[in-house]
Design a binder for this molecule. Structure first.
Ligand code: ADP
Length: 265
């Protein structure tokens, strides 16, 4: 519901009336509003790195290029900002592809334990943070019909966030269980957590709990929005549980298939 107020004012300046018009925002209006907001967000996200780059390039052009101590740092900033914009544009392209009708999943029948373990291994091999990985994975095989590229991207994103927001010496736990013919995957950290009122919003496009902090860590604010689209395209759900100062757990579900022997579970 939206309210429009009109003030009836005389030339003397006295207010002698107030008209209030209440009306429902139609579905179309809501879509239009969201679209405008989205475009404003995209413009803002692009303008910030562009204006930063402009000022550093100006300084370089005005003579900073001659200073051996300053020039490499300034060039480095413009490089970082360019990379941020490339990530952002790639994420936007991905979202727009998913919004369009032609979006298709490239399904493959894979054993989830093996698939998940390979991704965890890759992060464990390359992580630069002092964070311990704890695996709580079942021994049994579970088969899923998934687009492995897309699911890899979802899991990469969740693990990157867990690493980003983990304290030094923290743990990240990986696990999955079975509920109602669905696999329920869990990735949990004991990082800074998310305030209760924001926990559902982290899957919205461009939503960040702490904009400045998230930006300084190189995020686009689109990672979890993309993850949600991808999980829902697979018939699953994604959500978060979090306690401020204690940590965050991201859950998602996937329908699972019969095992090799043709039995359920
Ligand atoms: P970003 O690119 O900013 O990481 P995401 O869509 O991946 O964007 O995440 C949205 C926001 O959700 C982040 O900016 C952060 O505020 C919050 N968030 C996501 N994962 C975690 C986590 N594990 N711990 C704390 N906050 C998180």
């Amino acid at each position: 519901l939206r309210a429009n107020f009109s003030v009836i004012q005389k030339e003397t300046g006295f207010v002698n009336g107030l008209i209030t018009v209440l009306h429902d925002i139609t579905e179309q209006e809501k879509i239009d509003m969201e679209r405008r907001e989205f475009v404003a967000n995209v413009s803002h996200e692009l303008r910030t790195p562009l204006t930063t780059m402009r000022s550093y390039l100006e300084a370089l052009a005005e003579g900073a290029w001659k200073d051996e101590n300053i020039a490499p740092t300034f060039l480095n900033v413009t490089q970082t900002e360019t990379e941020r914009m490339i990530r952002l544009v790639n994420d936007l392209l991905q979202l727009s592809k998913m919004d369009s009708q032609e979006y298709e999943l490239n399904l493959e029948f894979v054993e989830f334990n093996k698939f998940f373990t390979r991704i965890i291994d890759r992060f464990e091999m390359s992580k630069s943070r002092n964070v311990e990985f704890i695996r709580l994975l079942p021994e049994k095989s579970y088969f899923v019909d998934i687009d492995t590229d897309k699911l890899t991207q979802v899991i990469d994103n969740i693990i990157s966030n867990a690493l980003k927001y983990s304290p030094d010496g923290g743990n990240i736990r990986f696990g999955f269980t079975v509920h109602d013919n669905m696999l329920r995957v869990m990735i949990s950290d004991d990082g800074m957590g998310i305030p209760k009122e924001n926990v559902t919003r982290i899957f919205d496009r461009f939503y960040r709990v702490d904009r400045a902090r998230a930006r300084s860590m190189g995020g686009t604010g689109l990672g979890l929005a993309i993850a949600r689209e991808m999980i829902e395209a697979h018939g699953g759900k994604i959500w978060a549980e979090s306690e401020e100062g204690q940590g965050t757990t991201i859950f998602f579900t996937l329908p699972y298939e019969l095992d090799e022997a043709g039995d359920w579970e």
